[in-house]
Design a protein around this ligand. Structure first.
Ligand SMILES: [Ca+2]
Ligand SMILES: [Ca+2]
Length: 250
């Protein structure tokens, strides 16, 4: 009986230490589903190596006063454009609901929305661009600007991109959060309204993804996500936009 009571008592005395060991968030994602709704193809320039946009895992862990966000991809990272971040072609949007989610619209350039029961609260932008450049681009986000988190640092190594986010930016135990990870490509010369995102066209080009629908430009500009890719199904003729969901680890 004494033994049973010991653990909660220890936690009550040293709450900070117990909270520091909250369960890490960990998702695996299918290999080979870097095709958006099913039809997308990579740009033709050789910098977009096979597997570059194929997320294989996503993790959030606690590290002192910070959260560590990590995405694994199915290709060795390379800094072909000298960003200094250890990677170049990828960009990730991590949508989080830590309990106060109210947004179903997303940042410009992604062409998706979230389901009404999957409203998000904050989005962490994991980009190889400088924080200064990403911050300048947030002016395109309108009223969603205040929901954007730009990490303190984002670095790639091996096949893992890691962002450091101060705990002051989000609240609570990550294992209670709901998340979705959207894989995009870092576009240094984005269309005027797009937030550093690379476009998807009907046919791919040197720096454009292919397999989309140019008729009404309603196709999702998303290459990989967590969960079933039926979330990315869309129908331009019926004005049906791709609709994403948030997921919890457990
Ligand atoms: Ca994948
Ligand atoms: Ca996936």
């Amino acid at each position: 009986m004494f033994k049973k009571a010991l653990k909660p008592l220890t936690c009550a005395i040293a709450m900070a230490a117990c909270m520091a060991h909250a369960a890490p968030v960990s998702f695996t994602d299918a290999v080979g589903d870097d095709f958006g709704p099913g039809s997308y193809t990579y740009p033709t320039n050789p910098v977009y190596t096979a597997g570059s946009f194929d997320m294989t895992a996503f993790r959030i862990s606690e590290d002192g006063d910070n959260y560590k966000f990590e995405v694994d991809v199915a290709a060795d990272l390379a800094d072909e454009w000298n960003t200094g971040a250890g990677f170049a072609v990828q960009m990730f949007f991590v949508f989080v609901d830590a309990g106060q989610g109210s947004n179903t619209a997303v940042l410009p350039g992604l062409n998706v929305r979230f389901a009404d029961d999957s409203a998000w609260e904050k989005v962490v932008i994991m980009s190889p661009q400088s924080a200064r450049r990403v911050k300048a681009e947030t002016r395109k986000a309108g009223k969603l600007r205040s929901s954007i988190i730009i990490p303190e640092s984002t670095q790639g190594s091996g096949r893992t991109i890691t962002s450091i986010v101060p705990k002051s930016e989000l609240s609570g135990d990550p294992s209670n959060w709901k998340v979705q990870v959207v894989v995009q490509s870092n576009e240094g010369f984005p269309d005027g309204k797009d937030m550093l995102t690379r476009q998807v066209n009907s046919s791919n080009g040197e720096h454009r993804f292919g397999g989309g629908d140019d008729s009404k430009k309603c196709d999702p500009h998303v290459i990989d996500i967590l969960g079933d890719h039926s979330q990315l199904s869309y129908d331009c003729a019926a004005d049906k936009q791709a609709t994403l969901k948030l997921f919890q680890t457990k």
